[in-house]
Design a protein around this ligand. Sequence first.
Ligand code: 13P
Length: 278
Amino acid sequence: MEQSIESYIKNLVRDVIGQTLGSLQIQGDRQTYVIANWKMNKTLAETAEFFQEINSSNDVTVVVCPPAQLLYPAHLFIKQSGKPVHLGGQNVHWADKGAYTGETSTAMLKDVGCEYVIIGHSERRQYASEDDSLVNMKVKQSLMAGLTPIICIGETLEQKNSLQTEEVLASQLFGALNKIDSSHFIIAYEPIWAIGTGQSATAELAQQTHAYIRSVLKQMFGEKAESISILYGGSANQSNAAEYSKMPDIEGVLVGGASLKAKSFDGMIKVFAKGDQN
Ligand code: 13P
């Protein structure tokens, strides 16, 4: 297939930017993550099988976020396997404990081996009416408990088409991070139009948006923003992971569908593991 001059130049520029900035260590001490969000999927048997099959790496932080009732068995399977895999919740409550039927507290997550928790996923914003102030309460609660929040932000297709992406993201960031001093969190940029649709953002668009997100984080956290990891999510898979991994402001991926099969998740881990980026 013939490549147009335009796409040739784009690829060239992207490669040069990615490699040059990478070699200048602009990414500093930013940690790279490959994170699985299983959403409402998998049985106990499938969970056991996944952790048997997965080949993790020490060069990238691998986190798996199963549904709440599979957290403890997942913790045991990980321990048994001896693989360097970390565990995260998909949601958490803002209160310590109490009469909140069906909810999970930070203490409960920690008790079953979680170190991370996804907060403000667009599906929860949609189905459970979570807004930025609730996200903010959950982030505060998680930081206090020593869990690392994975804060999800992203615009709808309508907002993208009406050129509101930056405005929406800035408002989500200011809302979620209101009165928070600690920069021990991860941002996941998940454009809603890319989630589960197969229409992933191009690596160039994701890079451009991540750079914008970092500029907002700089306004809020100063130089500390340089060490905050910003992950891309939305139809990320084994085939497009390599493109994302070359970008200077993309420190990994938050993966839905493609994280359900150990083989495709492994493929993404390999791409982001140091030395495998090409
Ligand atoms: P998909 O990878 O299935 O598009 O889901 C992305 C996501 O929502 C991860 O949190």
